[in-house]
Design a protein around this ligand. Structure first.
Ligand code: SAM
Length: 162
């Protein structure tokens, strides 16, 4: 049972074209493992599997969104490659991740950062939507207009020696 206190960001979906740009920007390849931390309705993990051939794991506290995401993945026949965990970001093991995506807040990214530093393998890519990771330097940023506002995507590559 999760409470509002466990939540580090509200549900706001990334527009679908932003999701596609995040995945392209991460250079996600078939067979790689993508993790979306706070997966909402599952749009990132589903596109990662459907269009990029990845295996993906999403985690979210919100039971209703988890159930919606699982239903969508099943309807598309992707349930073998898309796993949706009902749980807390901080309890998920990230050691198998090639790519991590996040659309949280700057404060939330700061809280998740030590977990990324402890669990990710060197070379893992992290792509965030609109909010940077305090204390890390991004490899590249992309700012673009989509719909009624502009969006920024940040790409990081985990280097334990940096
Ligand atoms: C801004 S939404 C992003 C949804 C999706 N990743 C996207 O880009 O469309 C953030 C999500 O994080 C989830 N969330 C917040 N804190 C969480 C936590 N501690 N563990 C798991 N999920 C969390 C919220 O329920 C919400 O669905």
């Amino acid at each position: 049972m999760y409470t509002g206190r466990d939540s580090i960001a509200p549900f706001v979906a990334s527009p679908i074209e932003v999701v596609r740009k995040m995945l392209e920007y991460s250079d996600l390849k078939p067979g790689e493992n993508l993790y979306d931390l706070g997966c909402g309705d599952g749009r990132v993990v589903i596109m990662a599997a459907e269009e990029f051939g990845a295996s993906s794991v999403g985690v979210d506290l919100n039971k209703r969104l988890v159930s919606e995401a699982r239903k969508k993945a099943k309807a598309l026949g992707l349930d073998e490659r898309v796993k949706i965990v009902h749980g807390n970001i901080f309890d998920l093991d990230l050691s198998q991740a090639d790519v991590v995506t996040m659309y949280l807040t700057t404060g939330a990214n700061e809280k998740v950062r030590p977990k990324l530093e402890q669990e990710l393998e060197a070379g893992a890519r992290i792509v965030t939507h609109d909010f940077s990771i305090p204390g890390w330097s991004s490899e590249r940023n992309l700012k673009f207009r989509e719909g009624y506002r502009s969006h920024t995507i940040y790409l990081y590559r985990w280097d334990p020696d940096e």
